[in-house]
Design a protein around this ligand. Structure first.
Ligand SMILES: Nc1ncnc2c1ncn2[C@@H]1O[C@H](COP(=O)(O)OP(=O)(O)OP(=O)(O)O)[C@@H](O)[C@H]1O
Ligand SMILES: [Mg+2]
Length: 174
């Protein structure tokens, strides 16, 4: 069995506050896995370690077979992360934000534009695509942020509270 995520005895503390206390989990390729817990349980901290943004204190994590510490670059090529707080360029339009991501991943200008337009349509943002993101509502930002994370078709997508702030209809869509 090849796993998308293999976590063994993962640990993390901030000072003497032990936040992640030895997690073990296995996620198969193609599986949709939800990690639930109350506020402050360590979900975001765990996602940050799994996506190579934060170094673990102990344990091992393999993402698509690559070790997050020894092979962070290879891991980053396989994943995308939509963090708990939207990471968009406020001074660009929705369309420009998606084109930017496509171009950073070496899509041609034409490919990036086509992909961006398709996703704006899928996420119900076509009418707003030429407006600056600074003028987007919270839910619109969230949808654009998720669209950005699927634009490059990564093998593995991390979504930290992807439906927070979305109306029921948008939640359903996501
Ligand atoms: N950089 C940091 N320095 C110190 N403490 C931190 C840091 N990051 C997180 N923490 C603490 O670690 C604990 C877990 O935080 P984390 O953000 O992982 O929780 P969470 O499960 O994502 O919560 P929420 O549901 O509110 O998003 C909290 O007590 C938090 O204050
Ligand atoms: Mg969190």
């Amino acid at each position: 069995m090849s796993y998308a995520i293999e976590v063994t005895s993962l640990r993390k503390s901030f000072g003497d506050h032990e936040v992640v206390k030895g997690i073990d989990l296995h996620v198969k390729k193609g599986e949709l896995f939800a990690l639930l817990g109350p506020n402050g349980a360590g979900k975001t901290t765990t996602i940050h370690m799994l996506s190579t943004l934060l170094a673990p204190d102990g344990g091992t994590v393999l993402i698509a077979g690559y070790d997050i510490v020894k092979n962070a670059q290879a891991v980053r090529k396989k994943i995308s992360l939509t963090g708990q707080f939207a990471a968009l360029d406020e001074g660009l339009t929705g369309l420009q934000n998606l084109i930017l991501i496509g171009r950073l991943f070496d899509y041609s200008a034409r490919e990036a534009r086509t992909k961006a337009s398709e996703l704006l349509d899928t996420f119900g943002l076509s009418d707003a695509m030429d407006r600056m993101v600074e003028n987007y509502s919270g839910g619109m930002r969230r949808r654009l942020d998720i669209a950005a994370s699927v634009l490059t078709q990564p093998e593995l997508i991390f979504l930290d509270e992807p439906t927070t702030g979305l109306d029921p209809q948008s939640r359903q869509q996501v």
